[in-house]
Design a protein around this ligand. Structure first.
Ligand code: CTP
Length: 472
């Protein structure tokens, strides 16, 4: 265990605890990740102290440097400070219990054993002693080491009790399973299924932290399937839950949109670490259940699901307390545009359609293409190959057009102010329509994306409605 506490900070904490006549232990995620060999350079370190965590934090901080700022949360009996790459949090060992309708714990002082009892999972209850008599010894009352070996998530106490102390832990179990590629012990999982309804007392801020962590795991589908099977998904993301299932009519079914979406999320995750691209993948078909129709002779259709889906994005972000700014607009845009490259790859593509796609996607064109490629899922390998080949053609053509015309993020070379001056017009609809005629002409390839051509085109267009430029 010594390798986990080789950093100088641990001996400093140990010496300070000894001199203060108290006991200190490293506990939680730091120990778990060290034993798993997960990179923990930046890892937060949790120290549990017999007695006051706040006092020990202050003393240790003073020893490192008198200038260190110690943040104290008196209500929780915790204090933390940053040193080097670590944030170190000190907490007094506690016994905690919660009343059934609130997250507010009743806290009493306790010892290490009490503190380990109140932890969420056996693998998170592992502690390493920083005390002189057994420095570096692993204290593992629930056989967390064996659960680490067997890749198992299990609660230290009877699961119903651990989950009722804090129902967010049900989501954390799934998040750890997804992040670490562990399974959840059957009794623990059964308890999650039984208690899923209790997630309603947890704030969306906390829920979303876990959802984001599930999405950032290498194969997010693992976590989302567990969310579905446990009954939690229905409670926290009912729109997404509704994607599951296949309707049949005249012996014709459609894809299971839940399975398909998870495949797309995994595909995207294999290619990109972007959280928001993963959200876009998760939500790209979110409106399929509400747009689903069976049309005689045609089969199942989901007309307009991309537009309706993009309109659903702000509501979902708001409820999940996700940021409502650029990230939301990005996801909304990708959901709205996710069919465009696919459609282009099926038809003979015109330059004008490609220019419009470049214009609409702007800087997000590469992410959109990535999402669309990930969206090509089918059991029929020949079909997938065929689509991917066509898709390659679209990508190449997009590059050629961008090199030639610089459409990404382009602003028409003549702006409204210049049009006003040129023709001595008042600001208004006429100016707007002349300006947009330039944009349309460039996107349609009638004129190149250049000032001179745009000016000549504008003069011609204005003449058609009887407007002439004023003499200089
Ligand atoms: N913990 C808990 N119940 C919770 C949250 C946290 O018992 N609802 C305990 C666990 O022992 C956990 C420790 O507090 O290991 C620290 O929690 P946190 O920082 O949220 O998680 P980590 O385990 O450190 O994992 P990560 O940093 O990956 O989130």
């Amino acid at each position: 265990m010594k390798k986990c506490i080789s950093d100088r900070i641990f001996s400093l904490i140990a010496d300070t605890a000894y001199e203060s006549g108290t006991e200190a232990y490293v506990i939680g995620g730091y120990v778990r990740d060290c034993l798993l060999g997960r990179d923990h350079d930046q890892k937060d370190i949790d120290i549990v102290v017999k007695g006051s965590g706040i006092d020990l934090a202050r003393k240790v901080a003073r020893r490192i440097s008198p200038g260190i700022k110690v943040t104290v949360y008196r209500n929780f009996g915790t204090a933390m400070f940053r040193t080097g790459n670590h944030i170190i949090e000190f907490v007094g060992a506690r016994k905690e219990s919660y009343s059934s309708d609130s997250r507010k714990p009743i806290v009493e002082d306790g010892d290490l054993e009490d503190d380990q009892n109140r932890r969420d999972f056996t693998i998170n209850a592992l502690a390493i002693s920083l005390n002189r008599n057994n420095y570096g010894e692993l204290i593992d009352p629930f056989n967390g080491i064996s659960d680490l070996d067997q890749c198992l998530i299990r609660t230290p106490l009877e699961p119903g009790r651990t989950f009722s102390d804090d129902p967010l832990r049900m989501l954390r179990a799934i998040r750890f399973a997804s992040q670490l590629d562990f399974s959840i012990q059957p009794e623990t999982f059964e308890s999650i299924r039984k208690n899923a309804g209790r997630i309603s007392i947890v704030s969306y801020e906390r829920i979303t932290v876990e959802l984001n962590k599930i999405l950032m795991s290498s194969r997010p589908s693992l976590g989302f399937r567990l969310l579905y099977d446990s009954g939690l998904l229905e409670k926290i993301m009912p729109e997404f839950y509704k994607l599951k299932g296949v309707d049949k009519k005249d012996n014709q079914g459609h894809k299971d949109n839940f399975d398909h979406t998870l495949q797309v999320v995994d595909n995207v995750s294999a290619m990109s670490d972007s959280l928001w691209l993963r959200w876009a993948a998760l939500l790209h078909d979110i409106a399929k259940p509400v747009t689903k129709k069976y049309i005689e002779g045609t089969g199942w259709t989901f007309h307009g699901h991309e537009f309706i889906g993009s309109k659903m994005v702000p509501g979902i972000f708001k409820r999940l307390k996700l940021p409502m700014g650029d990230s939301m607009r990005y996801v909304k845009k990708l959901v709205a545009l996710h069919l465009r490259p696919i459609i282009l790859s099926q038809e003979s593509v015109t330059d004008s359609a490609l220019r419009r796609l470049l214009f609409d996607a702007g800087d997000d064109i590469d992410d959109l293409m990535l999402l669309c490629e990930a969206d090509i899922t089918s059991k029929n390998e020949r079909k997938v190959k065929h689509h991917l080949r066509n898709f390659g053609i679209v990508r190449k053509k997009l590059q050629e057009i961008e090199q030639k015309d610089h459409i990404r993020n382009f602003q028409p070379p003549i702006d409204g102010n210049e049009i006003i001056k040129m023709f001595n017009l008042k600001p208004g609809r006429q100016v707007g329509s002349l300006k947009s005629s330039i944009k349309e002409a460039i996107l349609d390839g009638i004129i190149p994306n250049e000032y001179k051509a745009a000016r000549e085109f504008l003069i011609k267009k204005a003449a058609e409605i009887g407007i002439k430029p004023v003499e200089k």
